[in-house]
Design a protein around this ligand. Structure first.
Ligand code: MRU
Length: 363
């Protein structure tokens, strides 16, 4: 996608894989800054502190983290140790584990001296694959938006939660990919962007949509149900961090409430995700998906810019206030209308058979 008119990706390798450049997402939407990762510990730090975020991008950063690990890990023991730390940098998005397992699967059978170039090649391949998957997810969703537009014959209102745009992937995004493609095709649409407390990833979505020229309105998270009741939402499209084989979906906290409101108001609820987000080992999302609990600071304060343009945090509640901060929730498959995937559109009950040939070798 473009930033200030220039084609940009959220991650790229430098110096033949000796280092990796990311966009520091903790500074957006106020500052667009790149950051260079040179060690695998840098990659872990970037994932943990959400400089990179979004399930597909976390996975790709994990793959590059394994590449960086090979600069110092010259035997199996040290490589496996580093890989486990990378794998566990964040627990909910399965793409991270998927990527690390895939990298190790290619590297461990090789002699240590041959590993670096194999790793760089595979990480590049996975990076490119992610771009292609997200482009196809967009095509799948575009078909649905086209049909919806034929039916409504007026600008479409789509609601989204969190950021599942190109910043959350390598390029295009998942939930936003069909929106970009529909916009580029001339389908008039407007996006309701939920701010997504506590980390306000909605502001990343707002920034992306503004850069691309897509009409949108920022709303607080609690406004979504109200808008649906008043007929102001034609479809909800969200991304996912982990999907079970029966189609339960872990995504950013608050997604479940939107799915309930959508169900109650007859609004279609779509989940856009690549197959690397499906954890084929799991059935019940509520019982089996580990939900990340993050620190109290995210709830006790809000982060933004002060009047002089410097990043600043404002305290909302006194120190010592008891806080719970689950970062994700699970939407049961019965509330999901369909999935937009790189292989097309699937109802929850069709997902398993749609990918039966690739039930993951990498999980
Ligand atoms: O905590 P985050 O910002 O990494 O959470 C991101 C989300 O929940 C996204 O909706 C999900 O990863 C899909 S991204 C294409």
């Amino acid at each position: 996608m473009k930033v200030h008119g220039l084609p940009t990706r959220s991650i790229r390798s430098l110096e033949g894989g000796e280092s990796v450049e990311i966009i520091d997402q903790t500074l957006l939407p106020f500052r667009f800054e790149r950051r260079v990762l040179t060690t695998w510990e840098d990659a872990v730090e970037a994932i943990r502190n959400m400089r990179v975020r979004g399930a597909p991008l976390i996975g790709i950063t994990g793959a590059w983290g394994v590449v960086l690990a090979l600069k110092t890990c010259h035997d199996n023991e040290s490589l496996l140790k580093a890989a486990e730390v990378i794998r566990n940098a964040r627990p909910t998005a399965v793409n991270l584990s998927w990527a690390v397992t895939r990298m190790l699967g290619a590297l461990l059978p090789r002699e240590p001296k041959d590993r670096f170039f194999t790793a760089v090649r595979l990480a590049e391949e996975m990076t490119q694959e992610d771009v292609e998957r997200c482009r196809r997810i967009g095509e799948a969703g575009l078909g649905v938006l086209r049909e919806l537009y034929q039916e409504k014959r007026r600008p479409l209102n789509v609601l989204t939660h969190c950021n599942a745009g190109w910043l959350a992937t390598v390029d295009y995004g998942t939930a936003l990919s069909p929106i970009y493609q529909a916009h580029d095709e001339g389908i008039p649409l407007h996006v309701w962007v939920e701010e997504t407390r506590p980390r306000n990833q909605g502001l990343l979505t707002e920034w992306e949509l503004r850069e691309h020229g897509v009409a949108h309105t920022l709303i607080v998270d609690n406004a979504g149900g109200h808008l649906m009741q008043h007929g102001d939402v034609d479809a909800v499209i969200v991304g996912a961090d982990r999907i079970t084989r029966r189609g339960d979906v872990a995504n950013k906290i608050g997604t479940y409430l939107k799915a309930l409101a959508a169900f109650d108001n007859g609004v279609p609820f779509y989940v856009a995700a690549p197959s690397s987000t499906v954890d084929w080992r799991l059935l019940s999302g509520r019982q089996e998906i580990e939900i990340e609990n993050r620190g109290a600071d995210e709830v006790l304060g809000v982060h933004g810019m002060d009047k002089s343009g410097k990043p600043a945090t404002v305290r909302l509640a006194p120190e010592g206030t008891p806080v719970a901060n689950p970062a994700f929730d699970v939407t049961p498959s019965r509330l999901v209308t369909a999935f937009f995937t790189e292989r097309g559109v699937f109802k929850p009950e069709e997902l398993y058979s749609g990918f039966a040939d690739q039930l993951s070798a990498y999980q």
